[in-house]
Design a protein around this ligand. Structure first.
Ligand code: UDP
Ligand code: MG
Length: 326
């Protein structure tokens, strides 16, 4: 009998967890021939989430939980879940019931049919503000132009993956994770199943506009150096214009003598170049920031408690002699 691990990252989800379990279990009960194993990841919730998870795992043998020492973000939650999942297939889904459990049987059918991954894709964005949707569309367009990875519009993290793909995802051990890009970067055949967006009815979203903006910038810088090339290209183009302008001014001065007015030109040039330089430093800074965070090699998450008999910290967390490799 194949085992399917279900990873559920949870952050302050006390209001919906029990309902999530009953709704998902209703669907799982209709699927025979598989053993399901839930791994809930409490991402440092401040509410009763850890208590509810403990209760669930004490009641049902097929439910386990991991609890972080603080909030590390959904990316860390998914990574920890994937690391601890031992099923042949692994499902990742949100706790807020925005990822309809009814898709699970379809996903299993598709992966059995030979796909390595079957992922959900929102066809609508109901309940989302127009500005947020517009920004999101621009991000996808920009990201697909600038990076090697192809992000599918409306793709969500809700998916089933084969063991081979999960291992590939785990082999990318970067600290600043951008799973949407990672899932696409590792390759493998993915079947997309469209679904109508479900509005969150219980609890509230953990995303702020600024949070999403930062996530988008991280996504692009994690998978592409195109912005750095843009800085070089911009410098090159500006240099050509500057050179032409110097030549023209020199000729003018030689032919007609020194003309004093030129205040506006000077001001414009200084301000324009100042802006471009600031922007370039900013872009460079983004990459240096990434290098800095990766160079520190801090653990992606820190476990506080778990119902699993085995727990895996990030290797960076282990004493040196326990680390694998040279
Ligand atoms: N989540 C998490 N850590 C966080 C933020 C969110 O584990 O720091 C979980 C959250 O509990 C939920 C999922 O990630 O199960 C998606 O979060 P949310 O519903 O806030 O995002 P949205 O659906 O609005 O994109
Ligand atoms: Mg949600």
């Amino acid at each position: 009998m194949k085992t399917v691990s279900i990873i559920v990252p949870c952050y302050n989800e006390e209001a919906v967890l029990n309902l999530f379990y009953t709704e998902t279990q209703k669907v799982l009960d209709t699927i025979s021939g598989y053993r399901f194993h839930y791994i809930f990841v409490d991402d440092g919730s401040q509410d009763k989430t850890p208590l509810i998870l403990k209760k669930l795992s004490n009641t049902y043998a097929y439910i386990d939980f991991l609890s972080f020492s603080r909030n590390f973000g959904k990316e860390a939650g998914m990574y920890a879940g994937l690391k601890h999942a031992d099923g042949e297939y692994v499902i990742i889904m949100d706790a807020d019931l925005q990822h309809p459990p009814a898709l699970i049987p379809i996903m299993i059918k598709e992966i059995e049919a030979g796909y390595d991954c079957c992922a959900a894709m929102r066809t609508s964005r109901t309940g989302e503000s127009k500005i947020r949707s517009a920004f999101s569309r621009t991000f996808y367009r920009l990201s697909n132009k600038l990076t090697d990875v192809n992000l599918v519009q409306g793709a969500v993290d809700y998916r089933i993956m084969s063991r081979q793909m999960v291992n590939a995802v785990l082999s990318l051990s970067e600290v600043q994770r951008f799973s949407k890009g990672i899932f696409s970067w590792v390759g493998f055949h993915t079947k997309w199943i469209p679904y109508e967006n479900v509005e969150r009815t219980i609890g509230k979203t953990k995303w702020s506009f600024w949070g999403l903006f930062k996530y988008a910038i991280d996504g692009i810088t994690a998978f592409s150096v195109a912005p750095l090339r843009m800085v070089s290209a911009m410098g090159f183009i500006i240099s050509i214009f500057a050179f032409l302008y110097i030549a023209i001014t020199l000729i003018q001065t030689l032919a007609f003598g020194i003309v004093v007015p030129g205040y506006v030109t000077t001001l414009c040039a200084v301000l324009f170049l100042g802006g471009i330089i600031e922007l370039s430093i900013g872009i460079l800074g983004e990459y240096i920031g990434h290098i800095y965070m990766e160079a520190k090699d801090r653990p992606i998450y820190i476990l506080k408690e778990s119902s699993l008999s085995y727990t895996k910290q990030n290797p960076a967390n282990l004493p040196k002699e326990e680390k694998k490799g040279p």
